[in-house]
Design a protein around this ligand. Structure first.
Ligand SMILES: C[S@@+](CC[C@H](N)C(=O)[O-])C[C@H]1O[C@@H](n2cnc3c(N)ncnc32)[C@H](O)[C@@H]1O
Length: 309
């Protein structure tokens, strides 16, 4: 088992060295658990070598597309019931003729794309910016999502607060009531994922207009009304809604004082011992007795002040 773990890790490192992004199994498992148990078919629009899809059992029908043919070939080898297509999901989408009940994805973060006018993007108020394809992937996913479907998408946290075109699309997604939940994932939660990320759960048939915010690091969750989200200018950063109360340690002033006294006395004793030793060994070149008298004067002055107060 240990050997297996070791070789799995070196395999991942090899892939990373080749610039291939690897989806850690525990991340795939975490994302899978955000979907119901009865998934019978699942689609990943940027499926890579099938890491996310591999979290689903062999009998589940798996659909995927990736721009990198080598990755699709690996996915084909490792997955059962896999229908993979090589190609650019944004420029040459496969599966446009159908809808999926469940979609899972971790598209590349904030890559460039060539905006195209097509039916996937036409409902949104504006096209996503050419410099950042994150919302293009999200709109693609939303387009292929069935009415009663759910999509779990890992993304870069910038999509939660960036403005301009992305801000307009985010506002539209909120107003259309497509966002069910936003989860903040701390960096290093999953192996191979050092930076903080976020997960959006999209749902085309939500029961309420509320949005649930979850902080995975502190394991807290809050349901927020659309009005509150609107009041925050449709910023979806989890930290805007979940304020972590750091427990304030009760400070006992007596304990604090006695700690200060003890450390001052210990410090004074150690200093005087060292000065005494130096005085014995190298002679009193700096009038050690005078220094002690100075200390005594400070003590007497303070004692007098104490009597007055
Ligand atoms: C973060 S990885 C996703 C890994 C994948 N979910 C897995 O489980 O292994 C991003 C993937 O997006 C692919 N990709 C990037 N741009 C793409 C595009 N325009 N169309 C399709 N795939 C794309 C990359 O080749 C890469 O495999």
């Amino acid at each position: 088992m240990e050997n297996y773990r070791h070789s799995a890790k070196s395999f991942r490192e090899e892939l990373k060295a080749k610039g291939v992004f690897y989806t850690a199994p525990e991340m795939a498992e975490y994302m899978k658990k955000l979907l119901p148990d009865d998934v019978q078919e699942i689609y990943d629009p940027t499926c890579g070598n099938g890491g996310l899809l591999s979290a689903f059992s062999d009998d589940v029908q798996k659909y995927g597309q990736d721009i990198d043919g080598e990755q699709v070939r690996i996915a084909e080898e490792r997955l059962q019931n896999f229908h993979g297509v090589t190609g650019d999901t944004l420029a040459a989408p496969a599966f446009l003729d159908r809808k999926f009940q469940y979609i899972i994805a971790n598209p590349p973060f904030s890559v460039k794309w060539n905006p195209v006018e097509d039916e996937r993007f036409s409902d949104a108020p504006v096209l996503p910016p050419p410099g950042k394809a994150d919302y293009a992937f999200l709109l693609h996913i939303l387009y292929l999502l069935a009415e009663n479907g759910k999509a779990v998408v890992m993304n870069f946290p910038g999509i939660l607060y960036r403005g301009q075109r992305e801000g307009k699309i985010r506002q539209w997604l909120c107003e259309q009531n497509y966002i069910e939940k936003v989860i903040a994932i701390p960096g290093k939660k999953f192996e191979d994922t050092k930076i903080a990320t976020c997960i959006l759960i999209l749902n085309r048939s939500k029961q309420t207009t509320d949005i649930i915010f979850r902080d995975e690091e502190n394991q807290i969750e809050k349901t927020v009304s659309l009005e509150e989200v609107k009041a925050q200018d449709f910023n979806l950063s989890v930290s805007s809604y979940l304020h972590i109360e750091t427990e304030k340690e009760e400070i006992d002033i007596n304990t604090l004082n006695s700690d200060i006294e003890n450390s001052t006395l210990a410090h004074l004793r150690a200093t005087l011992d060292m000065m005494l030793m130096l005085n014995h060994t190298i002679g009193d070149k700096r009038n050690f007795a005078g220094f002690l008298t100075e200390i005594l004067n400070i003590v007497h002055e303070t004692t007098d002040k104490l009597k007055v107060s």
